[in-house]
Design a protein around this ligand. Structure first.
Ligand SMILES: *Cc1c(COP(=O)(O)O)cnc(C)c1O
Length: 483
């Protein structure tokens, strides 16, 4: 005990002794111990205390190996942040920083400036050029392809030629997208009505439901259309003197198929402009990266929506953007300014760690260094690259008891991208001579670090798309121990 006390302190050791003795007393009271096992338990007391101490002083939040192939898995912490984000946190968070201080003037500054300038490069600088864009010209950037589709429609009435300065689009950061939607609705529509299609009244999980957020924001939800079909005329008819906002919500985690109708974003933009109302879109995932380049075609990007003429978009920082947990609100500067001056903004704002991680992540986008952002790197991995790593792992595991097969499958983007947004991959399928898939899975979870896999048709499936290459050796060890 004395050596433990010297290492971990008296209080922690005393606490562990109390826990171990209480457990032993309980076992005696429950008559679970005969004399022999009591002797044994007493003999092992110091080891039990050391074990308890280790457990109580170790972290509960742990890194693990995500072999599910779901790139944005909310239960597994969504986006792993970039190495540069971590470096920037380390450099600025364990020292003082100019978080809200203007070094040049010595005056108080705004914390927004650190990321707003980068969002402007990524969003605002792209907009004026698109209004002039020649559709036959090659895209200027990896995001350029969308301009051809979206055209210059809509945007021009909000920012005429005289308005193509770099201040029209601004972005603010709050705790998460749920907070972004709450703040935006409260700022733009308090005590007024917001029109939403009945086909878009989503629940995201963890109690984010559009009707509930609406009532918390003190705005009134005005439902239009039906579950499967809503037309732009439905919105038009519902507009009255109390209407403050038209809201489009990305369906994120479900799809409606069959006899369906949903107005195009261009139709909503035209309606909003004709009736002089702002149009907001809750994008959910909100990609700043052109997913068409990895073969995912129907996922709307932030820039697509702004180019179309949507006034305000809200999206998460830790979904397709690949950064820290955050809620981003981008759009027309005068509307964003109303949100910034809302007292809710202060309650929902984020700290310096988030700004540091976000700034580093956005900088990778500005430099077009997409592989620096882990979720983008994972999305861009080809099936062949994944197959090569899978073959190497399979060749290193003894197949006597554990059978490993390679098969074609699909990785899932997840995190608010459409459920059908999948990428082709190569899977390792596991079956064991005397362990069931559930037992195999439990043993993988019990490994250090834990390995999380999925089960399909009695087999455990491992997808290396979401496993960092430097974890391959660890994964091999986990499989070898099962074999
Ligand atoms: C994910 C999502 C949200 C919630 O975002 P958080 O960042 O988790 O708060 C809200 N709306 C939509 C459409 C989403 O996909």
């Amino acid at each position: 005990m004395q050596t433990l006390i010297e290492r971990e302190g008296h209080a922690a050791v005393a606490e562990s002794i109390r826990v171990v003795l209480a457990r032993l007393r309980q076992e005696i009271a429950d008559a679970q111990l005969d004399e022999k096992s009591l002797d044994l338990a007493l003999g092992g007391l110091s080891a039990a205390v050391a074990r308890q101490l280790r457990q109580s002083l170790s972290y509960s939040l742990l890194p693990l190996i995500n072999a599910t192939g779901v790139i944005l898995h909310t239960n597994l912490g969504r986006a792993p942040i970039a190495a540069s984000a971590l470096d920037h946190i380390r450099a600025t968070a364990n020292a003082y920083s100019n978080l809200a201080f203007d070094i040049e003037t010595g005056a108080r500054g705004k914390r927004d400036v650190h990321v707003d300038r980068l969002f402007r490069k990524l969003l605002d600088d792209e907009l004026p050029s698109c209004a002039r864009m020649d559709p036959s010209a090659p895209p200027a950037t990896s995001l350029g392809a969308s301009a051809k589709r979206a055209g210059s429609r809509g945007r021009t009435s909000l920012r005429g030629p005289e308005q193509t300065n770099a201040t029209a689009i601004s972005t603010i950061v709050v705790n998460n997208n749920a907070a972004a939607v709450l703040l935006a609705l409260n700022s733009l529509a308090e005590r007024g009505e917001v029109i939403v299609s009945r086909g878009e009244l989503v629940e995201i999980g963890g109690s984010f439901r559009i009707p509930d957020v609406m009532s918390k924001s003190n705005a009134t939800l005005r439902e239009v259309g039906t579950t499967n079909r809503t037309r732009v005329a439905d919105y038009d008819r519902a507009i009255n003197e109390h209407t403050r906002l038209l809201l489009r919500v990305h369906r994120s985690n479900f799809e409606i198929t069959g006899f369906t109708d949903q107005p195009g974003l261009d139709e909503l933009v035209a309606l909003a402009q004709r009736r002089n109302l702002p149009l907001m879109e809750d994008l959910g995932s909100g990609a700043l990266f052109d997913l068409r380049s990895v073969g995912v075609n129907d996922e709307p990007g932030v820039l697509d929506s702004l180019r179309m003429g949507v006034d305000i978009v809200t999206y998460s920082g830790d979904k397709l953007l690949g950064g820290p947990q955050a809620g981003l609100i981008s759009g027309r500067a005068e509307l964003v300014a109303r949100m910034r001056s809302n007292s809710l903004f202060r309650a929902l704002r984020v700290d310096k760690l988030t700004y540091a991680a976000l700034e580093a992540t956005l900088l990778a986008y500005v430099k077009r260094d997409h592989d620096a952002v882990p979720v983008l790197r994972m999305m861009r991995l080809s099936k062949d690259e994944i197959a090569l790593r899978a073959e190497k792992i399979v060749s290193r595991v003894d197949p006597a008891r554990l059978k490993l097969e390679l098969l074609d499958g699909e990785s899932v983007i997840g995190g608010g991208a459409a459920p059908s947004a999948v990428l082709p991959t190569r899977l390792i399928a596991l079956t064991h001579s005397h362990l069931s898939a559930d037992e195999l899975n439990a043993r993988l979870r019990a490994h250090t670090p834990p390995v999380i896999a999925r089960i399909d048709e009695g087999r455990v499936l491992l997808d290396l798309r979401t496993v960092f290459p430097e974890q391959d050796a660890n994964l091999t060890t986990a499989l070898a121990s099962l074999a």
